[in-house]
Design a protein around this ligand. Structure first.
Ligand SMILES: [Zn+2]
Ligand SMILES: [Zn+2]
Length: 110
């Protein structure tokens, strides 16, 4: 059994897990008591594009557009980046080690 560690703050003790789903496809929802991050721990993370299991865990910001017009970063989600399909994002993640920008922006980047 591998050690679980909060991808947000690195906490590895003050964590609580909630196991859900059927055996074989179950997920564990982990809550960090130190920083409050909640994420699904995928037991067998795979790239959705090429099905490779050579993926890295990273964080992505989620922007809540529903509250007013101000762009506010509300929370983070754990994503799995493929070395091949997500090479660009993986490079950004490795370089900055801060949460990746949200995929959906409330404005056109162009
Ligand atoms: Zn944490
Ligand atoms: Zn891939």
């Amino acid at each position: 059994m591998s050690v679980i560690e909060c991808p947000g703050c690195g906490e590895d003790e003050d964590l609580s897990g909630d196991r859900q789903g059927d055996p074989g496809s179950e997920t564990i929802t982990v809550t960090c008591g130190a920083c409050g991050l909640v994420w699904d721990r995928d037991l067998t993370p795979r790239c959705p594009t090429c099905r490779s299991d050579d993926v890295r865990t990273a964080l992505r910001s989620i922007v809540d557009k529903s509250r007013g017009t101000q762009l506010s970063i509300q929370s983070m989600q754990v994503v799995h980046l493929c070395r091949v399909c997500d090479a660009e994002q993986l490079a950004v993640w490795n370089r900055s080690n801060t949460p990746l920008a949200p995929t959906e922006l409330p404005f056109d980047p162009d």
